[in-house]
Design a protein around this ligand. Sequence first.
Ligand code: SF4
Ligand code: SF4
Length: 424
Amino acid sequence: MADYVKMWEDLGMDINNHDNLCQVLPTAVGDVFMTQENRPKAMDFWDMVIAEVHGIRPAELIEEQKKGRKVFGTFCVYVPDEVVIAANGIVTGLCGGSQFWVPDGEKVLPKNMCPLVKASVGARLGRTCPFFRIADMYVGETTCDGKKKAYEILGKDVPMHIMDVPQMKREKDIVKWKDEIADFAKVVEDFTGNKVTPEKLAEAIKICNEKRKAMQRVYDCRKSKCLPISGRDALLMTQISFFDDPVRCAQMCNRLANELEQRIKDGVSVVPEGTKRILITGTPLAVPNWKLHNIIETSGAAVVCEEMCTGTRYFENLVDESGETLDEQFMNLSRRYMKTNCACFTPNTGRIDDILRMVDEYQVDGVIDCSLMFCCLYDTEKRAVAEALKEKNIPVLSLETDYTDTDAEQLRTRIGAFVEMLSK
Ligand code: SF4
Ligand code: SF4
């Protein structure tokens, strides 16, 4: 591993504490990913990135900053990357997915708050994540209450812009989100010193659409009965896509999709015939949260789809590329982003429609609906999700977990019993 200590020191990181994280991550990567057999060769790219996740991409971002580019850190799939890219800025995802960051978050937040929020705040305030140090501006959104309050705390430490996400999806809400996107464009212009022109925005929309199409190609391969990639590997690809350069991300996903399509033609599967196929739905699984996938896939089943923000919600639906004026383009962006179905909206029946559609598309045997502890939005929706699935005779298991390993055995027992039941 290259020596990034000087870079981390220059970022003002807590080197001693960060060393503890660096020690546990390689073991986790080894246990979850390297123990798998017959992995696609194209996973070598994501293996390399995850092996040096706090080194390779942060070093690239710092090089770009030296050229005058600004880095925007985001926490939610509603924030339109296109606007930042049009102003020659860079977007990086910032959601914290490790228990390692939670205690630092709990110093300023209530303990009974979702671990994603606590970890995200802890990663910044504990100075143990380079991405949280590098971002010049954070972009928050008014989705859940926990995030809204956390942004007030983070905003005292770093420049912060908050986008006001509507709570409903009426036409007037779509227009409101368009106005929010236009306001965001002004903020990005001021911060970067670069104008968002219709030409630049059209280019950025194309870049993001190409990335979405490439990710969709990989997911389309997961619909095949001959399963050419594990859920763990697909999840890693999706998680890293939040951090990567979008053009390279599309190239790498297309390279992977080429290999997977060939595997399907050649009948190469990563699991034995008849392995039960699971769709996971619920709250996002930020890096390095691989707990659920790892348990499911070491319990004899395979994850074939994630109806999650670290899954289909991130790349489904393209932005209409026909807009010629900024006003038209902002509206097209709004329409695409407002198709995403998050539990922070009311009503949110579109998510259930999505789950039912994906159960068919991905030839799913059972659904696991898993939310992070203290996420009352997704927890509350579990009932409606379960009812809709039961009506169609699709087995469903509802779970709640956090980032610790304390419930791992209990989860293993429940998931094992669910998989066994599917096999009967
Ligand atoms: S679950 Fe909702 S709030 Fe969280 S990232 Fe997804 S869209 Fe945003
Ligand atoms: S998982 Fe739920 S509580 Fe946590 S950040 Fe997302 S919406 Fe908010």
